[in-house]
Design a protein around this ligand. Sequence first.
Ligand SMILES: Cc1ncc(COP(=O)(O)O)c(C=O)c1O
Length: 377
Amino acid sequence: MKAYLDNAATTALSQEVIDEMLPFMKQHYGNPSSIHAYGREVRSKMEKGRKLISKLLNCSPSEIYFTSSGTETNNTVIKGCVKSLGVKNIISSKIEHHCVLHAVEEMGKLPDINVHYVDLDEKGHVCFSSLENLLDKVEGKTLVTLMHANNEVGNLVDLKSMSVLCRKYDAYLHSDTVQTLGHYPIDLQELDVDFISGSGHKIHGPKGAGLLYINGNLKIDAFIHGGSQERNMRAGTENTYGIIGLIKALELAHENMDSDIVLVQSLKDYMIEQLESKIPNVSFNGDAKGSSLYTVLNVNIPAGKDSDMLLFNLDIAGIAASSGSACSSGSSVGSHVLSNIGGVCEGSASIRFSFSKYTGREEIDYAVESLERILGL
Ligand SMILES: Cc1ncc(COP(=O)(O)O)c(C=O)c1O
């Protein structure tokens, strides 16, 4: 038996997405910048897709850009705001994904750029009073970059309240929505944020296809220079089939969103229930039973013999889970998220299980049984 419980790291491609992409690998291989028919048919497919995405997110097609990843999108925004919008202050948190955290740190090395981190409450949620204090204190143009949902513990932020606060203090707002785009309805008119990011492979789409939304009132510089692709915002021949797959994945995610939310939340609830009944003193990091992604469950197993080998032993049993964010798995560095939210006991093991609509209850049963066996219960 095997269990894939690492859907926050990446998801399986859905068959519909593969079917949509294949013709653009086999027959329709034109370069969308070419003016002949081969190029035009691909360009037309991409532009129809851009329109579709703008409808799903309630924005204009001219506000949507395709990139290579969530990482590239986040870098484009953070670096672009400093370079093009004259941002002097960046307000972020210590539990952002590394692509935000490290991009912010890089900007902080520049002269005249000040980086500030919001306080987090005992469950790891952004403390809004701390955000407001910082917004009130800083002088000069400010970018707030705070993720919509945390990829390791699942904590969800109230993006609308955050945008109201940012507007009050005239700050730009970027939110890393890589774990929420396609998982929750996102209405950009209603939310009133300036930048968001997305990634195809978190929603049963392809890897190497990302999305960037820039509020039409703002203009930032390109991150990659060269040709005039993506209206001069992102040079380089487009990953056409990746983009086409991303569009299809987002369309499908929206079509089935309500039922998928109910289904996947029930899987998470089931795993919580099973763990609580079978593993003594188990607890959950972050706000698992509160404002939290329905796809992510970060489990804390009390200290015991071989705690540090837990993930390895699960892997041997055929169970894919994660100790932190995917991009750091395989590295021996502990989770920067867990070390910044507190409440995690010395010597205990934390494991992130994450679910999708393709996860079966039998996979959860197998993971819980395996944990019991590995822990010698
Ligand atoms: C919250 C968050 N932001 C950004 C990324 C990076 O996205 P990508 O893998 O497309 O570079 C990830 C991926 O794990 C993520 O979870």
